[in-house]
Design a protein around this ligand. Structure first.
Ligand code: AKB
Length: 314
């Protein structure tokens, strides 16, 4: 296992920043190659600028580093995707097909594809949405994720490429900021609370969405990737749940800890996206097949977010 060479695309994104460090801890600094379309000042260790829409560039890196696993995190998220649907479709689908094809041609052993609760649309059951619910996504991001899930299963069945995937809810973490998502408010709110500013929320107060604390999200990703192959029964993607809450419930949890925190609600186009998504999802398949168990509820997530961001802004 320690002879792996792991490539991460989108390593500078919200998940990538934290996952890269977690994988380095596990596999060693010299066995994890972070890539993104540009370098930033926090990148340390192995890093290459790679545009994953360019299959030749991707293949060169995979060959040069003898890559054995790819975590493909590069994507345009739901809200940003709606601002330029065709470009988002092109980026999201082309990069993943490039990853699959380069993996097939170069004996990459395992691939991780991040799917999302955005695969569901208004026709799916809203509460405890099951893994096999109807998929009628209403955003270009969601459509690209359904497409990706099906390609993942296709490459597994046709070429025996070991592709694994999770449908992430909104990820709440303190180490990095999300960008362009509909669930981003649940991170931004903590930054405003800690620096003592009021928060303007782009969703209505009673809009419940599935969310997960970053440590749970990272642990789930690594546990899924390390599970024996015969435990992975779903080759499209597994629902992953952590906790579900509304902006009002989150604001109240913050107010219990920072009494002068204030919030107002100014819903924008992201409200329509949120309205098409589940309020909570059922991850019993993940629990049954590879033993998934979330650890953070709303109270634990609020405590740790405030504690870490207070340190950050000190
Ligand atoms: C988004 O809001 O677009 C993402 C997601 C739920 O996939 N955080």
């Amino acid at each position: 296992m320690l002879n792996e060479m792991i490539l991460i695309t989108g390593a500078n994104g919200q998940l990538g920043t934290v996952l890269t460090e977690a994988l380095k801890e596990k596999y060693g600094n010299d066995n994890v190659l972070a890539t993104d379309i540009s370098k930033n000042e926090t990148n340390s260790g192995l890093f290459e600028v790679v545009d994953a829409t360019n299959i030749d560039a991707l293949q060169t890196i995979v060959k040069t580093y003898k890559v054995s696993q790819i975590y493909h995190l590069a994507a345009i998220l739901s809200a940003k995707g709606e601002q330029n649907p065709l470009l988002s479709w092109d980026i999201n689908t082309k990069t993943f097909l490039n990853v699959l094809e380069v993996s097939r041609l170069n004996n990459v052993k395992k691939v991780f594809f991040p799917s999302s609760i955005a695969v569901f649309g208004s026709n799916a059951k809203k509460v405890n949405t099951p893994n096999n619910a109807v998929l009628n996504p209403e955003t270009v991001y969601g459509i690209s994720k359904v497409d990706g899930e099906n390609w993942a299963q296709y490459y597994f069945k046709k070429y025996n490429l070991d592709v694994r995937s999770l449908r992430y809810p909104g990820v709440v973490g303190y180490q990095s900021l999300p960008g362009g998502g509909t669930t981003d408010y649940a991170v931004d709110i903590f930054h405003k609370a800690v620096i003592g500013q009021p928060f303007s929320c782009f969703l209505e107060e009673n809009t419940a969405l599935p969310m997960i604390f970053i440590d749970d999200a990272i642990r789930a990703t690594i546990e899924l990737m390390e599970a024996p192959s015969n435990k992975i029964k779903t080759r499209t993607a597994y629902n992953l749940a952590g906790v579900s809450f509304t902006p009002k419930q989150l604001a109240n949890a913050i107010k219990e800890r920072i009494s002068n925190f204030s919030i107002n609600y100014n819903p924008d186009f992201r409200q329509n996206i949120a309205d098409s998504w589940p309020e909570s999802i059922d991850d019993s398949e993940a629990k049954k097949d590879w033993g998934w168990q979330p650890k953070y509820n709303l109270s634990a997530l609020t405590n740790i977010m405030l504690e870490k961001l207070k340190e950050h802004y000190k």
